[in-house]
Design a protein around this ligand. Structure first.
Ligand code: GDP
Ligand code: MG
Length: 598
C-alpha cells in the first residue's frame, strides 16, 4: 500500500462507552466479518473477555477500504483494552498509531478514563477525532457532551460525529473521517528498517508472535532481522497481517502494521517496546522503549492437593509467556505448604489470572488475600521490599515502613461530592484538588494509600454515587506510614497466610473484625477452635468456634445409607477447597476474610 493511503488508528474510550461495539460495527460495514462469523464483540476473542465484557489484550485488524474519494485505503485498527489495570497496553497501541477515535457516551459525558486516555494519546502526538455514541438512547445529550469535550479536553467539537455503534447509525461517516481527518504515517520505505514491537505473545504452534509497526524501511519473509537491544538475529519465517484472521504476506513497508514469527522461543527474544531492524543494515537510533510495568498487587496461590504443585507451576509458566506483567515465584507457607507468590497489576488482573488458571488449566487453588508491596527500612540501613505480610522483619530490626500511594482522580456530579469526600477521608486520603468540570460535574483529586483502595473502593464509590462516579488512578510514590503486622493464631498456632499489614489506628477494629469473619468462615469441627488476633505478643481479639454437639454428628451418621453417601460426597466436595492447618480444616473463603475485615 502507498504510505499516504494508510491510516493507523486506535479507539479510546472510558469503559462501557462503546469502543468494542464501534470496532465490531466498523469491521462489519467494511465487510471484514461475514454474517456467519458475526457475533457481538468480534475483537474480544478470549472467552473471559466476552463474559466480562471487557477488552484485555490489544488486537489489530487490517481493513481495506474504498473511500468516498474513490481511492483504496488500508485502515489498521489497533484495539486497546478498556480498564485502568491495563493502561500500559493502551499506551503501546497508541505508540503504533497516528490517530485515535475518542468515543464518548452521549448519555454520560467525559469520564475519568476518557481524560486519562486522551492524555496518553497526546503523549504520543496523536490526532484525535471525537465521536459521540449512543444517540439512539432517549437520554442522549450531544450538545452538553460536545461542550464538555471542548471545555475539558480542548478538542474542537463544533461539528461532532453523532453515532449509534449499536444500530450502525452514522458509523460509515466515522470510517470516512478516519480517512479524511486522521493523518497518514510518515516514513521512508527505502531507509534502513526500523520497526516498533508493540505486542508479542506465545503461540504453542508458532512460538513467539511479534506484532510490529514499521516506521522506516521494508521487511520481507526470509529477512535476517536484528532485535536492537540484544543484537540477536533471527530469520523471518512468517510475515503477515490480521484480517482479523492471520493472512500471510511476502513484504511489508514503512507505515504498515503486521506480525512476524522468527523461531523465537521466549517473549524476551522480542521485548515489547524494542526495535526490529535488519542485520545487514541496522538502524542507528532505536525507539526509546516503553516504561517497564511492575506488578503492584501480590497474593499467594497454593494447590489444594500437594500433588498439583508441578501442574500448577506448568500452568503459571504458560500464562506468563503471554503476560509479562504477571510474575510468580515459589514460596512456602507453614500453613499452606508449597505454592507461589504471584504479582499482578491490580485486582482485576489478579481475578482474571486466577480464573484463567482454573478454567484453562483446571487448577484447584487456594488464594491468599492480596497485598500491596511494602518497603521495610531496617536499622542497618537496608531496604526490603515486602510482598507478603508474613515476611515482615521483626519489630526490633525495623526502622520504618513505607507503603505505596496513588493519585486518584474521581469525576462525579456535584450532588455526590460530599459522599466522595467522606469515602476518601475514611481511606486515609489527602485531598489535592477539587474543580468544576462543568457547572454540575466535579473532578476531585486525592492521594490515598494504594492498600486502602485496592479492594472495595471502586464498589463503594459506585454504590455511594449511584454509579455516577468514575475513577482513574496511578501509583505515584512510597510514603512512611504507621503500620503494624497483625497475626492470626488458630488454637494458638500462628497461621502465616492470615497475616496482614494494617495501619496502626485501625489495627484493633481490624483485628476484631477479622477474628469474627474467620469465626463465621470456619465450619464447626469435632473440637473447639480458638481464633486470636495478635500484634506482636499482644492478643487483641479472640473468638471461638464451638464444636459439634455429639448428638448432631450421631444423627448425621445414623441415617439411611443413601443419605449417608450424599453427606460424605458433600463433605468431599467441600474438602476440595479446604486446607488442614494442624488438625483444623480451613475453607478458601477464610483466606479472603482478611480483605473484608478492612
Ligand atoms: P467498551 O467498554 O467501550 O468496549 O464498551 P462496549 O462496546 O462493550 O459497550 C458497552 C455497552 O454499551 C454494551 O452493552 C453495548 O451493547 C452498549 N452500547 C454500545 N454502543 C451503543 C449504542 O450506540 N447504543 C446503545 N443503546 N448501546 C450501546
Ligand atoms: Mg470493550
Amino acid at each position: 500500500a502507498k504510505i499516504e493511503n494508510i491510516r493507523n488508528f486506535s479507539i479510546i474510550a472510558h469503559i462501557d462507552h462503546g469502543k468494542s461495539t464501534l470496532a465490531d460495527r466498523i469491521l462489519e460495514i467494511t465487510g471484514m466479518v461475514s454474517d456467519r462469523e458475526k457475533k457481538d464483540q468480534y475483537l474480544d476473542k478470549m472467552e473471559l473477555e466476552q463474559e466480562r465484557g471487557i477488552t484485555i489484550k490489544a488486537q489489530t485488524v487490517r481493513i481495506p477500504y474504498k473511500a468516498a474519494d474513490g481511492k483504496e485505503y488500508i485502515l489498521n485498527l489497533i484495539d486497546t483494552p478498556g480498564h485502568v489495570d491495563f493502561s500500559y497496553e493502551v499506551s503501546r497501541s497508541l505508540a503504533a498509531s497516528e490517530g485515535a477515535l475518542l468515543v464518548v457516551d452521549s448519555t454520560q459525558g467525559v469520564e475519568a478514563q476518557t481524560l486519562a486516555n486522551v492524555f496518553l494519546a497526546l503523549d504520543h502526538d496523536l490526532e484525535i477525532v471525537p465521536v459521540l455514541n449512543k444517540v439512539d438512547l432517549p437520554s442522549t445529550d450531544c450538545e452538553r457532551v460536545a461542550q464538555e469535550i471542548e471545555e475539558v479536553i480542548g478538542l474542537d467539537c463544533s461539528d461532532p460525529l453523532m453515532i449509534s455503534a449499536k444500530t450502525g447509525l452514522n458509523v460509515e461517516a466515522v470510517i470516512e473521517s478516519i480517512v479524511t481527518d486522521l493523518p497518514p504515517p510518515e516514513g521512508d520505505p527505502d531507509a534502513p528498517l526500523k520497526a516498533l514491537i508493540f505486542d508479542s505473545w506465545y503461540d504453542s504452534y508458532q512460538g513467539v508472535v511479534v506484532l510490529f509497526r514499521i516506521l522506516d524501511g521494508t521487511i520481507k519473509k526470509g529477512d535476517k532481522i536484528q532485535i536492537f537491544s540484544s543484537k540477536r538475529e533471527f530469520d523471518v519465517t512468517t510475515l503477515g497481517v490480521y484480517t482479523p484472521e492471520p493472512q500471510k504476506t511476502a513484504m511489508l513497508a514503512a507505515g504498515e502494521v503486521g506480525f512476524l514469527c522468527a523461531s523465537m522461543k521466549e517473549l524476551n527474544d522480542a521485548p515489547v517496546g524494542d526495535t526490529i531492524t535488519l542485520a545487514v543494515d541496522p538502524v542507528k537510533d532505536p525507539f526509546p522503549g516503553f516504561k517497564e510495568v511492575k506488578p503492584m498487587v501480590f497474593c499467594g496461590l497454593y494447590p489444594v492437593e500437594p500433588a498439583e504443585y508441578e501442574p500448577l507451576k506448568g500452568a503459571l509458566e504458560k500464562l506468563q509467556l503471554n503476560d509479562t506483567a504477571f510474575s510468580y515465584e515459589p514460596e512456602t507457607s507453614t500453613a499452606l505448604g508449597f505454592g507461589f507468590r504471584c504479582g499482578f497489576l491490580g485486582l482485576l488482573h489478579m481475578e482474571i489470572i486466577q480464573e484463567r488458571l482454573e478454567r484453562e488449566f483446571q487448577a484447584k487453588l487456594i488464594a491468599t488475600a492480596p497485598s500491596v508491596v511494602y518497603q521495610a527500612k531496617l536499622n542497618n540501613g537496608e531496604v526490603l521490599e515486602i510482598d507478603n505480610p508474613s515476611k515482615m522483619p521483626e519489630a526490633g530490626d525495623l526502622e520504618a515502613l513505607a507503603e505505596p500511594y496513588c493519585r486518584l482522580e474521581i469525576h462525579v456530579p456535584n450532588d455526590y461530592v460530599g459522599a466522595v469526600l467522606k469515602l476518601c477521608e475514611e481511606k486515609r486520603g489527602i485531598q489535592q484538588d477539587m474543580r468544576y468540570l462543568t457547572s454540575s460535574r466535579v473532578i476531585i483529586t486525592y492521594e490515598v494509600p494504594f492498600a486502602e483502595i485496592m479492594y472495595d473502593f471502586f464498589d463503594k464509590l459506585k454504590s455511594q454515587t449511584k454509579g455516577y462516579a468514575s475513577l482513574d488512578y496511578e501509583v505515584i510514590d512510597y510514603r512512611e506510614s504507621n503500620l503494624v503486622k497483625l497475626d492470626i493464631l488458630i488454637n494458638t498456632d500462628p497461621v502465616d497466610a492470615f497475616s496482614a499489614i494494617v495501619h496502626k489506628e485501625s489495627a484493633y477494629p481490624f483485628g476484631r473484625s477479622l477474628a469474627l469473619k474467620l469465626k463465621r468462615a470456619i465450619p464447626r469441627q469435632m473440637f473447639e477452635i480458638v481464633i486470636q488476633a495478635a500484634i506482636g505478643r499482644k492478643i487483641i481479639a479472640k473468638e471461638r468456634v464451638a464444636p459439634f454437639r455429639k448428638n448432631v454428628t450421631a444423627k448425621c451418621y445414623g441415617g439411611d445409607i443413601s443419605r449417608k453417601r450424599k453427606l460424605l460426597e458433600k463433605q468431599k466436595e467441600g474438602k476440595k477447597r479446604m486446607k488442614k492447618m494442624g488438625n483444623v480444616e480451613i475453607p478458601q473463603e477464610a483466606f479472603m476474610a482478611v480483605l473484608k475485615a478492612g
